[in-house]
Design a protein around this ligand. Structure first.
Ligand code: EPZ
Length: 419
């Protein structure tokens, strides 16, 4: 198990290339199960979560080939039971349910267990499948969905915390081969949902409205193979913009999609940073004295919950008091106690962090608890005095491709050592 030693106080400058999106690649790889023909997916990031998905696809009978960032999948025959051993490692495994139900009219996946960022039920996924005429049964820790035939229907995927991203993906993937028209109301509008719909349409699906809260899917009898390049990772891009804001002079993101970063760029501008964009680059100019912020996470195009922890690290050294309200995963504040170990001044209320800016943070041994919290600790380490020792960095490798090497190429000093 590795840990990272982040030496604070090094200035960042230069360019960094953004990888393909984890949260787009995962459902797109699963969607390849919908056809017997080969699917070629480019810009697939080299992450442990991607490895888990490829393991599941191979276990289900698909031929999987990988050559650097390109993955070829041919699912000529498929099994319909995904094993606990692999599924327990990654919640997103749940998104093989939709494609298997769509193609084979049955699927069994182990029910996702607890998650440190909060409650993560799949009731909306199952509600969507039931609306298409499926039945589901939960037994021995597994969820089984099955149907004689699937028929198009209208279903709302609105939950207590708003729409569901993977739920929208799953129901969309089940509905593409259903008889008739399906309408998903209160659909998630994330760019990753749009990217999946674009891939499915390349396979011959008939989907309109992706990117809005109303998606219409006209069922077809079969899908064919297709090629697709995954969109850039907007959360990796946002994380590097915060790194630049914390320790940068001038940092340019290449192969980024500025249109997907509106809320993040907006908050950085509110804090006083100058940001320039072109079609596929975003450049941030450091200013060394950011203003306090008031942030509330929301479904896209609102401020992403996956950037909340990183902004907690940013505002921990501003002049003034910031308020960060988490509405998607109200318990998603595991990073707070670790930032406080580094000297941050944070008061908590249910779902809200009040971050009073301090003059200095000091390096300390800290514990990563989940993917985005671990990124926040590395970012805090960039501005802390001394060395920050981030333990359990396997969390960060789930969603960031070589983040330490990329930051070091910008001028940081991060060592990855065996724990
Ligand atoms: C996706 O998770 C992302 N994961 C998450 O990113 C991200 O935080 C989340 O969307 C929200 O943007 C992937 O794409 C692989 P949801 P997902 O279903 O789809 C509730 C990261 O850091 N809900 O949109 O699982 C749920 O509890 C990860 O990369 C129900 O109540 O999230 C939450 O409060 C972490 N019933 C809210 O909806 C359901 O059936 C949004 O969850 C489903 C969800």
């Amino acid at each position: 198990m590795d840990k990272m030693l982040v030496h604070g106080g090094h200035k960042l400058s230069g360019s960094v290339k953004i990888s393909g999106s984890k949260n787009s690649a995962l459902p797109i790889l699963a969607a390849a199960l919908l056809t017997k023909e080969p699917c070629v997916i480019q810009h697939v990031p080299d992450l442990s979560d991607i490895h888990y998905m490829l393991q599941i696809l191979a276990f289900l009978g698909a031929e999987v080939e990988r050559a650097s960032g390109t993955v070829t999948i041919r699912a000529e025959k498929v099994k319909t039971i995904a094993p606990y051993e692999i599924v327990r490692k990654m919640r997103a495994s749940v998104c093989v349910l939709g494609p298997l139900l769509g193609r084979e009219k049955e699927a069994t996946v182990s029910l996702p267990g607890g998650c440190v960022i909060g409650d993560r039920p799949i009731d909306l996924h199952l509600k969507g499948f039931d609306a298409l005429g499926a039945t589901h049964r939960i037994d021995a820790g597994n969820v089984k969905v099955f149907a004689g035939r699937l028929r198009g229907a209208t279903v709302s995927l609105l939950g207590k915390q708003g729409p569901t991203v993977l739920g929208t993906d799953n129901v969309m993937m089940a509905a593409v081969l259903a008889e008739g028209v399906t309408v998903i109301e209160h659909a998630a509008a994330e760019p990753e949902v749009v990217d999946l719909a674009n891939f499915l349409n390349r396979m011959g699906a008939k989907i309109t409205g992706a990117g809005t809260d109303r998606i219409v899917i006209e069922g077809v009898s079969e899908l064919h193979g297709a090629e697709h390049a995954v969109i850039p990772d907007r959360i990796e891009a946002g994380t590097f913009l915060v790194a630049a804001a914390i320790a940068g002079r001038e940092v340019r993101l290449q192969r980024a999609e500025p249109n997907h970063l509106g809320a993040v760029i907006g908050k950085l501008a509110d804090a006083g940073y100058r940001i320039e964009t072109t079609a596929d680059t975003v450049t941030l100019h450091g200013n060394g004295d950011p203003k306090a912020l008031d942030i509330t996470t929301n479904p896209y195009p609102g401020f992403p919950t996956d950037m909340q922890a990183q902004f907690c690290a940013l505002v921990s050294r501003t002049s003034g008091c910031s308020k960060i309200t988490e509405t998607i995963f109200p318990q998603r504040f595991m990073h707070v106690s670790e930032l406080k170990r580094m000297g941050a001044d944070i008061e908590m209320e249910p779902g809200i962090a009040y971050v009073k800016g301090v003059d200095r943070l000091s390096g300390a041994p800290v514990m990563a608890s989940d993917l985005r919290a671990s990124a926040a600790l590395v970012l805090a380490g960039l501005q802390a005095e001394g060395i920050t020792e981030v333990n359990r960095v396997y969390h960060i490798d789930r969603g960031y491709e070589s983040i330490d090497e990329k930051l070091n190429a910008l001028g940081a000093h991060i060592e990855r050592v065996k724990a």
